[in-house]
Design a protein around this ligand. Structure first.
Ligand code: FES
Length: 123
C-alpha cells in the first residue's frame, strides 16, 4: 500500500522529518538526491529514534583509510545513542539489530511510502 506523505520540496535536505502514515510515526530522511524512510521506534528500548541526529557514516576499506561515506546517513537515537544506517535500518555496532525501513518512491515531486516493511527487527 502506497501512502503519499508530502511534497519533496517541503522536506529539508540533511534532516529527518517525522510524519504519521496509517497511524505509524515514520521519519523521512532527505539526503542529497535520496529519500529514506525509517520507523520512529528504536530497536533498543523503543525510544523516539527519529528525534535523534543524522550524520554521514564512517567507513574504511583498509587500516588508515577511514572516511565519511556521504551517501550513507546514520541516525543516532536520542535516548542511549544507538546508531542505525538509514539505508538498511541495521545498527552500526551490531547488524543483528535493526529498525524498520520502508521503500520510498518520488513521483511527480511527491514522496510515496510503501508501508509493507522492508526489514523486521532481527532481535
Ligand atoms: S531506546 Fe534508542 S538507544 Fe536506547
Amino acid at each position: 500500500m502506497k501512502v503519499d506523505v508530502g511534497q519533496l520540496d517541503d522536506f529539508s535536505d540533511g534532516e529527518v522529518t517525522i510524519v504519521v502514515a496509517n497511524g505509524r510515526e515514520i521519519g523521512i530522511v532527505r539526503w542529497s538526491d535520496d529519500v529514506f524512510a525509517v520507523a520512529n521506534l528504536c530497536a533498543h528500548q523503543r525510544g523516539p529514534l527519529c528525534r535523534g541526529s543524522l550524520s554521514p557514516r564512517l567507513e574504511s576499506r583498509e587500516p588508515g583509510a577511514m572516511e565519511l561515506a556521504e551517501g550513507a546517513p546514520v541516525i543516532a537515537c536520542p535516548w542511549h545513542g544507538w546508531e542505525f544506517d538509514v539505508r538498511t535500518g541495521r545498527a552500526v555496532w551490531d547488524e543483528g539489530y535493526a529498525v524498520r525501513t520502508y521503500p520510498v518512491q518520488v513521483e511527480n515531486g511527491r514522496i510515496l511510502l510503501d508501508l509493507a516493511p522492508r526489514r523486521q527487527a532481527a532481535r
